[in-house]
Design a protein around this ligand. Structure first.
Ligand code: SF4
Ligand code: SF4
Length: 236
């Protein structure tokens, strides 16, 4: 039932993406920063960071329209796309992108806030939308399960930073809990994980803590032995 609700929310989020697209745009932030404006997408990414201090990456697993689109595409390519270097590339892209934005903000100070800056739907919007959707589609088709989330996503680093702040300050946050004693190593959790994580190995190690985990709870609901739970707690 829980997974039906999650997938229903993701479908709705994907359907609404043409309306919410500019609120999640890494490009509009740059255009706005070049004019000395802190726009709506910059504010929303800041909110994501704050939310993830307690909520970890629940947004990615339950609400992200880009993630939802990738889940559909995985019907065409269900290969796992998860390794250290594949996961690191998004941080390299993020550092370059975010450093450039900070440079523009400093260069164009004083910055003024305008939530709806560049939010109009026009020809320019349609071109950007088609380009971004094509990138999501083609990249995930080539790479596999949530390839964009692993390697390109500009939002994930904000949430990983939020998680790291929580762990550093010992703030309890949403996380999975493993019970290795009841695990029978059937491997089902690893097979159904939309991020292609080796969940079974993590359960055996006693900790299902991964910055790549999107808190979708597929493994929790799919485990026949109820070896994975979840809750809000501090890092052990
Ligand atoms: S699905 Fe459950 S029992 Fe099977 S490997 Fe994963 S945690 Fe262990
Ligand atoms: S480890 Fe579990 S909660 Fe995390 S992404 Fe994989 S299936 Fe979802």
């Amino acid at each position: 039932m829980r997974q039906r609700v999650r997938k229903g929310i993701l479908v709705y989020s994907a359907l609404m993406f043409p309306m919410t697209f500019l609120l999640l745009s890494p490009f509009i932030i740059v255009l706005s920063a070049a004019e000395g404006v802190l726009n709506g997408s910059a504010m929303i990414f800041g909110l994501f960071l704050m939310f993830s201090v307690v909520g970890s990456r629940l947004f990615c697993g339950w609400l992200c329209p880009g993630g939802a689109v990738q889940d559909y595409i995985s019907a065409a390519n269900n290969r796992h796309w998860n390794s250290k270097w594949k996961n690191r590339s998004k941080y390299v892209i993020w550092v370059v992108w975010f450093s450039f934005i900070v440079f523009l903000w400093i260069h164009n100070r004083p910055i003024k806030g305008d939530f709806l800056h560049f939010m109009g739907i026009n020809k320019f919007y349609l071109i950007i939308y088609v380009i971004v959707m094509s990138i999501i589609y083609l990249f995930t088709l080539v790479t596999g399960r949530r390839g964009m989330c692993h390697s390109l996503c500009w939002m994930a680093p904000f949430m990983v930073i939020g998680e790291s702040i929580a762990d550093f300050l010992h703030i309890p946050r949403f996380r999975l809990k493993a019970n290795p004693d009841v695990c029978v190593s059937c491997g089902k959790c690893s097979r159904i994980c939309p991020m292609g994580l080796n969940v079974a190995d993590m359960v055996k190690s006693g900790s299902v803590d991964s910055t790549e985990c999107i808190n979708c709870l597929e493994c929790v609901d799919g485990c026949p032995k109820k070896a994975i739970g979840f809750g809000i707690c501090q890092k052990r």
